[in-house]
Design a protein around this ligand. Structure first.
Ligand code: PLP
Length: 400
């Protein structure tokens, strides 16, 4: 089918809740995708952060093909080998004794974390009351379901679908005093992305994450890191908070965790996790054999191909390119990089940059209005980085 025919079909039958580029993608390999007309695109934003090891990574393809021919789905009333093996693999890569719960997306992972926090807060408040409130940060993004959306401290996403769930207080990202003021007698948890992704690739100031841990210890709160975008090696450690000297109580994962196959989950300390008893929470497809096999193959790929180190090298190559460009391009006001998570702050709207790059067959993302966000595959080559940056340089230098 031609792109135009596919688009016509969408216009008739698919709800228009996404702004889509007028292109139908049909195939992907590594850092390239092709459209229905056979055009080839270099992808600096594969799968919206899910393509951590590129499109159709061979080990994931093979693992899924084998699994799909063996057992597609059984409910969580049974044991399956791959779910247990994945829980072990993810737990062994934390710095705490993590216990896993699996679901299918980032929003669901955060819903589970919020419920788990509330379960831990039962009867722990004043006079045996419940603590149920969660403090989250302005410009955060935690997902689109009502709980995760209420945690997402960006009013633009709340518009038209209120009221939000009660029990969330917001504080500016990076401001420990504000977090401290947002905590009250009913607070049970702080929830934060170690690096804000959708909010503009915002790095935590020095001491911030450790300071949050300190507040949690002082007020007996749970520290939840939303690692949906930052986890799984994106920034050069399995989990991004591991760059700092801080241990969370819960981390949430999704996006890249299964190499592009839908999977979400959380890891919690055993004494926290134990409150998730039968009947408290569930997900029909959570931890299904296909997603778990894909995730195990993703971990194997990252390990065998040395991709944690490569994440750092990728980030530094992009940093060098953008910092070299900055004197020639007054639109660039800041370059923010942690491994393969790259934000270029512009003094102007970033959407025209995305549109112009698309014309030149380079896929990038704009977030928070003025930030170019790149989440390249960890196995992107230096040549591919340079080729894409040549295009970006030209587009940015000539931006009106
Ligand atoms: C940090 C973070 N948390 C949660 C989510 C929601 O994930 P999903 O779209 O899989 O529900 C996202 C998605 O962009 C995210 O970046």
């Amino acid at each position: 089918m031609k792109s135009s025919d596919v688009i016509a079909q969408f216009n008739k039958y698919v709800i228009g809740n996404y702004t889509r580029y007028p292109v139908c993608l049909t195939r992907g390999e590594g850092s390239y995708v092709w459209d229905a007309e056979g055009n080839k695109y270099l992808d600096f934003f594969p799968g919206w952060g899910c393509g951590l090891i590129g499109h159709c990574p061979p080990r994931v393809v093979k693992a899924v093909q084998e699994q799909v021919a063996t057992l597609i789905h059984v409910p969580n009333t049974w044991y399956t080998e791959s779910q247990g093996a994945l829980a072990k693999a993810l737990s062994e890569r934390t710095t705490f004794d993590g216990r896993a719960f699996f679901c299918n997306s980032g929003a669901e992972a955060n819903e589970a974390a919020i419920k788990l926090a509330r379960l831990n807060g039962r009867g722990t408040g004043a006079n045996g009351g419940d603590r149920y409130k969660v403090v989250t940060m302005l410009n955060s993004f935690h997902g689109r379901t009502m709980g995760a959306l209420s945690a997402t401290a960006q009013p633009k996403y709340h518009q038209g679908v209120g009221p939000m769930l009660p029990g969330f207080n917001y504080a500016p990202f990076g401001d420990l005093d504000a977090v401290s003021k947002a905590i009250d007698a009913e607070t049970i948890a702080l929830m934060v992305e170690p690096i804000q992704g959708e909010g503009g690739v915002n790095l935590p100031p020095d001491g911030y994450l450790e300071g949050l841990r300190g507040l949690c210890d002082r007020y007996k709160l749970l520290l939840i890191f939303d690692e949906v975008q930052t986890g799984m090696g994106r920034t050069g450690k399995w989990y991004t908070h591991q760059h700092w000297n801080v241990k969370p109580d819960i981390i949430t994962l999704a996006k890249a965790v299964a190499g592009g196959v839908a999977l979400g989950g959380l890891l919690a300390k055993p004494e926290v996790a134990e409150k998730l008893k039968p009947g408290t929470h569930a997900a029909t497809f959570g931890g299904n054999p296909i997603a778990c096999a894909a995730s195990l193959a993703t971990i194997e790929t990252i390990e065998k191909e040395g991709l944690l180190d490569r994440a750092v090298a990728v980030g530094e190559r992009f940093r060098a390119r953008f910092e070299a460009l900055q004197p020639k391009c007054p639109h660039i006001t800041e370059v923010r990089v942690k491994g393969a998570m790259i934000g270029v702050q512009l003094a102007t709207d970033a959407a025209p940059v995305v549109a112009e790059c698309l014309k030149r067959k380079l896929l990038i993302n704009a977030t928070h209005g003025t930030v170019i966000r790149l989440l390249p595959a960890l196995n992107i080559t230096d040549e591919q980085i340079d080729a894409g940056c040549e295009i970006l340089d030209d587009v940015l230098v000539n931006l009106k």
